[in-house]
Design a protein around this ligand. Structure first.
Ligand SMILES: [Zn+2]
Length: 175
């Protein structure tokens, strides 16, 4: 009798393992945070906190910027290769933007991949920097990587990618 029970248990155990494996994320999405569309305005953190009624000393926050969403969610911008432009260039702040980016699980920082701004007529513009001499794009203010000449902020009309997922704020418990 014991001889039959043991193989059955083994089958059950391996079936459970197979079913668990099926629930795991697919390899292409495993570990990769979801790209999302974030809307709002990038503002100085000290100004935003004031608007939100949160008291803080402004000195320690002086260079920090964050996206303030229409839901009044404040998402600090990570100063990486793409987000850094918001720290450097006030022309990108205090205006309506749409950002494609992601937030790594457990990390509050928004990692920006693509910046959209809007012109006076409300037309969406993909926004980066451009060297007219070398015809190469760049993503922060600096002399051109190639010719060392000044670069310009570039706006090009562009629709949103079709597959992008809208960011939803995490539900917060009212204070
Ligand atoms: Zn150049």
């Amino acid at each position: 009798m014991a001889k039959i029970v043991v193989p059955l248990l083994l089958i059950a155990a391996s079936l459970a393992a197979v079913m668990m494996a099926a629930d795991e994320p697919k390899p292409e999405t495993a570990g990769k945070p979801l790209k999302q569309l974030f809307r709002g305005e990038v503002v100085r953190v000290s100004d935003a906190l004031k608007q939100l009624g949160v008291k803080a000393y402004p000195e320690e926050l002086q260079n920090q910027v964050a996206l303030l969403t229409p839901d009044r969610e404040l998402l600090p911008i990570l100063p990486d290769w793409r987000g850094r432009a918001f720290f450097q260039d006030e022309r990108l702040r205090d205006r309506r933007v749409e950002l494609i980016g992601y937030q790594k699980s457990g990390v509050p920082y928004l990692q920006v991949l693509t910046i959209f701004t809007f012109d006076e007529d409300g037309r969406r513009q993909i926004t980066d920097y451009w060297c007219d001499i070398c015809s190469i794009p760049m993503y922060e203010i600096k002399p051109c990587d190639c010719c060392q000449q000044p670069i310009r902020l570039r706006f090009q009309p562009r629709e949103l990618p079709k597959d992008v997922v809208e960011h939803r704020p995490v539900t917060k418990i009212a204070p």
